[in-house]
Each structure stands twice: as structure tokens, then as C-alpha cells.
Design a protein around this ligand. Structure first.
Ligand code: FAD
Length: 431
């Protein structure tokens, strides 16, 4: 899902407080601010010069904005603090193996329509492998599979759910009762946590630990007592609305390969990308935004092969811009906001954001240890296992250097207890 970052608050603020609507592109801001990225915006631009937009941040949000705006006729200049694209969804080369490793597994679901639209736009949609089946593994190794049946939504997963051996009849009844209001009604945010909602709706401890917890904590990156009822209900409702909605997509290539394609896309449309070039602040008046960039001497290199960026050359090609989008993490956004009264309400909103860490653990084995591409792990803090070597085999031109690399989303102790002894696998798969 493409996140609505602080950039969108700022765009609204620019329009409303600093008169950016006078630029003649009000629908652009309306689209960005009020409806998100997924609309077909028609720009009302002056016929003469190409409008220019600076984008701070080469993560998913900045790249998606840059690609969409390139298509709409904007001249895009993207500034990224680091020497690579992708932000939190990026990869690095492991020095010991030479393998390109993602900072952490990223998955999406068919309901992530904005992200899918972005993948189609930049031509990487075929690099995503889709799975209808989700395997749950209990300590000891017993597996259960959730899959769709011919029944219509929202009953499509009911047969596999009722067969789950890791839930007893009381757990299943409680879950089924809770699914009815969550699926069929819109739950408004009432300030209460989803944990409280579950307690009020008679959920058993087993149902919470083995069903709600693995599904919602991994979907929303937060513990149940910090998840709002509306956010939890949205995940449930969206995933139940059609059999396809809950299909999980897993990239078959490193994340950096996906998002470098977005860089190519922007360049092919006349856009420019500046790496190692953080935006430190900006000033804005009714017609222009002027960027404050780090002392240029500090910049070693910008675009690969390009000479270091000087402020003069930047100004020559538009160091001031018609528009600015700040697609930054909330703490970085706070730092670049001007010290002006207009920033106060945005800063106030930003002060409510907190980070929630996710840990990815990469394990390399000298043999194949599982014939599953991925699985949900029950009764542990590790939520998911991804068998990267197997998943990458599905990529076109796959080069799989290692028999079994497992990535776990959040210890080794746990894995040893769960994965059957390698020799059993050796016999099974004939490795
Ligand atoms: C471990 C982990 C696992 C995740 N798993 C999933 C998943 O399975 N599915 C899913 O949908 N989402 C997942 N996410 C969330 C997803 O990665 C983020 O929502 C998404 O990448 C955020 O994109 P962004 O562009 O908003 O921010 P970021 O990716 O943080 O991008 C911001 C960019 O701005 C740059 N920057 C910072 N300051 C400046 C500055 N002053 N000037 C210029 N550039 C600057 C940063 O270097 C960065 O590249 C996961 C996140 C993590 C960390």
C-alpha cells in the first residue's frame, strides 16, 4: 500500500496557507491531498512552460509520486539522501555471499491497488509471484493451509478455516462471530484498541494468539493493544471481499531491482535524480518553492557518473520549483519544515507519530530445509518465514546461489524447534 506520508499534509498546507492554488493547478493538490495517488488527475496547467516539481525522498512514496507526475507532464527532480532508491524497501549486497539481500521481506496483497498500479506503471508487475495458499506451522511442525474454496466471498475460506487443527471449536466459533461485524459493517475509530474489542467480543486466548495476532500484527506492524478497531476491521473487510483479495504477492527479485525500474521510468520521461542529496529545508512564496540543500562540498557524487551537484547548476535547471513534495519519514519531515506558524499544526500532528520496529533475520543453510516458499509461524514472536532461495527461483533469469536461505520476519532457537531435521528434508526432496 502506498503510504500517505507527511508530504500530503504539507501539500495541503502549501495550497491553503501559502497560496499555491494561485499557480493554476488546484486540481492537482486536490487530488494529492484529498484522494490519494490513485485517481486519474487532470491537470489544469498553463500551456507554456512545463511545471516543475521537486520531490524529496526516493522511497516508495516519492517514487510513486515522481512516476505519476512524470506521466502528467511535470518536469520531476527527485532528491534522495542516500545513494540508492527504495528507502525502507531496499536491498544490500551481503559481503560474505555476494547475494543481494532485502532489508526485510516485503509482501503485498491484491487489495493493495495503489501499489499494484505503480508496479504496472513501471513494468515490474510480472516480478511479483502470487500465492492463494497460506500455511500455518505449529511448534512440532504440524501444518495447516488456508485456501479459497468454490464458496462465494466472504465464505470462500470457511472450509479450510473450519478444518484448522490448531484452533478448537470454541476458538472457531468466537472468531466466526467476530468476523461478522468486522466484515459486514464499517467500524469507526472509537479510541479503543482492537485488543479491547476482542475481549469485549468474547475471543478466546487461543483465538487471539493463533489467529488475530499473526494476521493483524504482521499486516499492521503493531501489537493488538495499539491497533485501532477501524484499522483492524479494514484489514479483515478488505481481505474477505473476494477470493483474490487475500492473495499474497511476493517479489521474486530484490527490492532494489523493483525500485530501480522506477528511477529508469523517471529518467526516460526527462526527470532527474540526485543521490546523496538531502533537502534540509525550503522557503515558499505564492509562486515558487526554493530548496535548501546541504553544503555542496559534502556531496561526493550524485547521479551515477554525473559531476557533483553545485547549487548554481541546480538553480540553473530549476533550484526553485513550482511545487515541492516531501515524501519523507515523519521525523525527517519535521526537520525540514520551516520555522513558521504554518508549520505548527503539521508539527503537532507529526508529534503523535511513533516508530514500531520490525526485525528481519536472514539464515543461510547448507542444504534445502523446507519445501514451502513461506509460512506463518504460530506461538512465537516470529510471524513469517520466507524461503528466499525458492521464491527467487520463480524469477525470470533466476540465478539461485544458495540451496536454502530463510528470512524470518522478527530467533534461531525458534527455527530449530520448528523446522524438521534437515536430513528428513534431504530424503524428501532428494537434494
Ligand atoms: C522491516 C520492514 C518490513 C516492511 N514490510 C512491509 C510489507 O511487507 N508490506 C508493506 O506494504 N510494507 C512494508 N513495510 C513498510 C514499507 O517499507 C514502507 O511503508 C514504505 O517503504 C515507506 O515508503 P516511504 O517512501 O513513505 O518512506 P521511506 O521508504 O522511508 O523513504 C523515505 C526516503 O527519504 C529519504 N530521505 C530522508 N530524509 C531526506 C531528506 N532530508 N532529503 C531527501 N531524502 C531524504 C530516505 O533516505 C528514504 O529513501 C515494511 C517496512 C519495514 C521497515
Amino acid at each position: 500500500m502506498i503510504p500517505k506520508s507527511g508530504a500530503l499534509f504539507l501539500a495541503r498546507s502549501l495550497r491553503e496557507k501559502w497560496g499555491f492554488s494561485a499557480l493554476g493547478a488546484p486540481s492537482f493538490f486536490r487530488v494529492l491531498c484529498e484522494r490519494g495517488w490513485d485517481v486519474d488527475c487532470e491537470l489544469r496547467m498553463s500551456p507554456t512552460p512545463q511545471p516543475t516539481v521537486a520531490i524529496a525522498g526516493g522511497g516508495l512514496a516519492g517514487l510513486a509520486a515522481a512516476c505519476a507526475l512524470s506521466d502528467k507532464g511535470f518536469r520531476v527532480t527527485l532528491f534522495e539522501k542516500r545513494p540508492f532508491l527504495g528507502g525502507r524497501a531496499s536491498s544490500w549486497e551481503h559481503p560474505g555471499t555476494g547475494e543481494v539481500v532485502d532489508n526485510c521481506q516485503h509482501v503485498l496483497f491484491r487489495v493493495c491497488t495503489n501499489l499494484l498500479e505503480f508496479y504496472h506503471r513501471i513494468g515490474v508487475a510480472d516480478q511479483i509471484r502470487w500465492y492463494d495458499e497460506m500455511t500455518f506451522i505449529e511448534p512440532g511442525g504440524r501444518t495447516s493451509v488456508m485456501k479459497s474454496s468454490p464458496l462465494p466471498a466472504p465464505l470462500h475460506t470457511a472450509p479450510s478455516f473450519f478444518n484448522f487443527p490448531f484452533l478448537n471449536a470454541a476458538d472457531k466459533l468466537a472468531i466466526a462471530r467476530a468476523l461478522v461485524p468486522l466484515t459486514l459493517t464499517v467500524q469507526r475509530d472509537n479510541g479503543k484498541s482492537f485488543q479491547e474489542w476482542l475481549d469485549r467480543h468474547g475471543q478466546t486466548q487461543n483465538a487471539i494468539h493463533r489467529f488475530w495476532n499473526p494476521i493483524l500484527v504482521s499486516a499492521l506492524s503493531e501489537e493488538l493493544d495499539l491497533i485501532s478497531v477501524s484499522a483492524a476491521a479494514q484489514v479483515v473487510r478488505e481481505s474477505m471481499k473476494s477470493p483474490a483479495a487475500r492473495e499474497m504477492g511476493v517479489p521474486t527479485v530484490p527490492l532494489t531491482d523493483l525500485y530501480n525500474k522506477a528511477g529508469d521510468y523517471i529518467r526516460a520521461r526527462g526527470g532527474v535524480l540526485h543521490f546523496r542529496q538531502p533537502i534540509e529545508g525550503f522557503t515558499a512564496d505564492a509562486s515558487r518553492v526554493q530548496l535548501q540543500l546541504r553544503n555542496q562540498q559534502e556531496n561526493r557524487q550524485n547521479e551515477e557518473g554525473a559531476p557533483p551537484l553545485s547549487l548554481r547548476s541546480l538553480q540553473g535547471q530549476g533550484g526553485d520549483f513550482d511545487f515541492l513534495i516531501l515524501a519523507l519519514p515523519f521525523d525527517a519531515l519535521d526537520k525540514v519544515l520551516p520555522e513558521s506558524p504554518e508549520s505548527t499544526p503539521i508539527r503537532e500532528q507529526l508529534s503523535h507519530f511513533e516508530t514500531a520496529p520490525i526485525t528481519g533475520i536472514h539464515l543461510w543453510f547448507d542444504r534445502q530445509i523446507s519445501d514451502l516458499d513461506h509460512a506463518v509461524l504460530l506461538d512465537t514472536r516470529i510471524q513469517w518465514m520466507f524461503h528466499k532461495s525458492r521464491i527467487r527461483r520463480h524469477a525470470a533469469n533466476a540465478r539461485v546461489p544458495h540451496p536454502s536461505r530463510i528470512l524470518q520476519k522478527v530467533g534461531w532457537q525458534t527455527t530449530r524447534a520448528r523446522v524438521p531435521h534437515p536430513s528428513r528434508f534431504l530424503r524428501r526432496v532428494g537434494w
